[in-house]
Design a protein around this ligand. Structure first.
Ligand SMILES: N[C@@H](CCC(=O)N[C@@H](CS)C(=O)NCC(=O)O)C(=O)O
Length: 205
């Protein structure tokens, strides 16, 4: 079996989390290299795009979180083999990545500038993306694609968990519930999916 090493921040969320869950679901042993922020600062420029996550496979380093989760998702039966279902899945991954980038643009702002940017985000891009993603979920039914758990569901679970945690200043914990309640209900169901729950149980042990 190849040697897998995932390099990402020491958080149970973010862009590295879907690949961690998929690696565990695939039964692939991996080194979960959790970097502190100072460690990332030191290692940053040695990474091709100066960003994490990176996934090393037998020492070869890969970037781009969605590429990683798709690759590992194939081993875990978490990525559709049917091209149209894969398209449904990819559309969700791309939309969440766009949303992430709009949120990230508000990082580093302070005071009134932060408050205004976050309000604009809620009134604009967050509402557009969350309601759009809710429509994509309704298109799929219980899951976003393939009538079964895929990395699209796991990415949604990770992001809705983070957006509903109340950790982003000026964005209330019930904002997602107010604009896209089906995504919150989906998050709760995905948290209870055996393979997702098993990953978090493994984190306790
Ligand atoms: N498109 C890349 C984005 C990677 C990215 O921006 N990662 C963030 C953390 S989630 C990062 O490393 N930010 C630090 C920096 O850019 O200095 C991916 O999906 O992996």
């Amino acid at each position: 079996m190849p040697n897998y090493r995932l390099n990402y921040f020491d958080i149970d969320g973010g862009r590295g989390e879907v690949t961690r869950i998929a690696l565990h679901a695939a039964g692939l042993e991996f080194e979960d290299n959790r970097l502190s922020f100072p460690q990332f600062g030191e290692a940053r420029t040695s990474m091709r795009f100066h960003a994490v996550p990176t996934l090393e496979i037998d020492g070869e380093e890969f970037s781009q979180s969605d590429a990683m989760s798709r690759y590992v998702g194939r081993f875990a039966n978490l990525y559709p083999t049917d091209p149209l279902q894969a398209m449904y899945c990819d559309e969700v991954l791309g939309a969440y990545e766009d949303l992430t980038q709009f949120v990230v643009r508000t990082f580093g702002l302070e005071g009134d500038a932060l408050k205004e940017a976050r309000q604009n985000l809620m009134d604009g891009k967050m509402t557009v993306f969350l309601t759009g993603l809710q429509e994509l979920l309704q298109r799929g039914g219980e899951y976003f694609a393939d009538n079964q758990l895929t990395i699209a569901d796991i990415r949604s679970f990770v992001q809705i968990k983070s957006l509903s945690a109340g950790v982003l200043d000026h964005i209330s914990a019930d904002f997602v519930q107010s604009v896209a309640p089906a995504l919150v209900e989906h998050h709760n169901r995905i948290a209870a999916e055996p393979r997702v729950a098993a990953y978090y149980e493994s984190r306790q042990g």
